[in-house]
Design a protein around this ligand. Structure first.
Ligand SMILES: NC(=O)c1ccc[n+]([C@@H]2O[C@H](COP(=O)([O-])OP(=O)(O)OC[C@H]3O[C@@H](n4cnc5c(N)ncnc54)[C@H](OP(=O)(O)O)[C@@H]3O)[C@@H](O)[C@H]2O)c1
Length: 251
């Protein structure tokens, strides 16, 4: 896989799956645009990426729930690199709560996990059409069925909507030669659970016992799948939802 002279925009690149995706794309010589809210973490990831092939990533502080920040990601990317080949809509937030806990949870989940991907895809589309590029959305197995042991309703709804965005946008953009796919991880080691106010160690322990392959997913495994789908090796794949979950959907 070769991303030489290709420009890859990754949201939520300050940690977890997004940071590992950045490092993996860097190993394949991509020019990177790393966006998230935490600038010091972005600087740290960017310097690790730069060590791979001596290509300096562009860092953009952005809250993906804000339209102006998303417009700035595209504007700064074009100003610096002049093109976009791959968009990875990875930024996401786990939100504890259910339908009895008020509508704010729903609004936050939809803004951060879906609206951002919808708007960024539409803003990037003209440039992706020029490069015959592609989009990879980071969804979840939570899109496919409710999470039973954690109250995560708005999150599950948002990821189901994201999967439908993947399929609809794949059809919309196919005429422009743009592919759109999704990776749907099960329980993955990252900051995700702690950021949602959960005890990660406890959840990993319980999940490992319950899952067919007896372990949680590592974030670099999800990164490998993202990079594969973004590469020319996946040139016939569009509108697909790729589960990586240690067999979680089987039990
Ligand atoms: N870990 C899991 O078990 C799991 C399972 C299925 C799906 N996923 C999905 O995988 C994706 C990545 O999550 P992760 O596991 O790597 O978790 P993580 O370690 O918590 O990383 C989340 C990333 O999203 C960014 N982010 C969150 N809210 C943001 C906002 N409003 N604006 C900009 N960036 C924002 C965070 O950066 P800042 O805080 O710096 O903004 C961070 O870089 C998410 O979409 C998540 O839903 C995770």
């Amino acid at each position: 896989m070769d991303f030489c002279n290709k420009v890859v925009v990754i949201t939520g690149a300050s940690g977890g799956i997004g940071a590992d995706a950045a490092l993996t794309f860097a190993k394949h010589s991509a020019k990177l645009v790393l966006a998230a809210r935490n600038e010091s973490k972005l600087i740290d990831i960017a310097s690790k990426c730069e060590k791979q092939k001596q290509i300096k990533p562009l860092i953009i502080r952005a809250d993906v729930s804000k339209g102006d920040d998303l417009r700035n990601i595209i504007a700064e990317t074009i100003k610096t690199f002049g093109r976009i080949d791959v968009l990875v809509n990875n930024a996401g937030q786990g939100i504890k709560g259910n339908v009895l806990d008020g509508i704010e949870l729903y609004d936050t989940a939809m803004n951060v996990n879906v609206r951002s991907a919808y708007l960024l895809t539409s803003l990037a589309a003209p440039y992706l059409a020029e490069s015959k590029g592609n989009v990879v959305n980071v969804s979840s197995v939570a899109s496919l069925r409710p999470i039973k042991d954690i109250s995560f309703t708005a999150y599950c709804v948002s990821k189901a909507a994201l999967d439908q965005l993947t399929k609809c946008a794949a059809l919309d953009l196919s005429r422009k030669g743009i592919r759109v796919n999704s990776v749907n991880p099960g329980c993955t080691r990252s900051n995700f659970l702690e950021s949602a106010g959960l005890d990660a160690k406890l959840v990993y322990g319980k999940r490992s016992e319950a899952l067919p392959l007896g372990k949680v997913v590592e974030s670099d495994e999800v990164a490998d799948l993202i990079v594969y789908l973004a590469s020319d090796r996946a040139r016939s794949i569009t509108g697909s939802v790729y589960v990586i979950d240690n067999g979680e959907m089987l039990v």
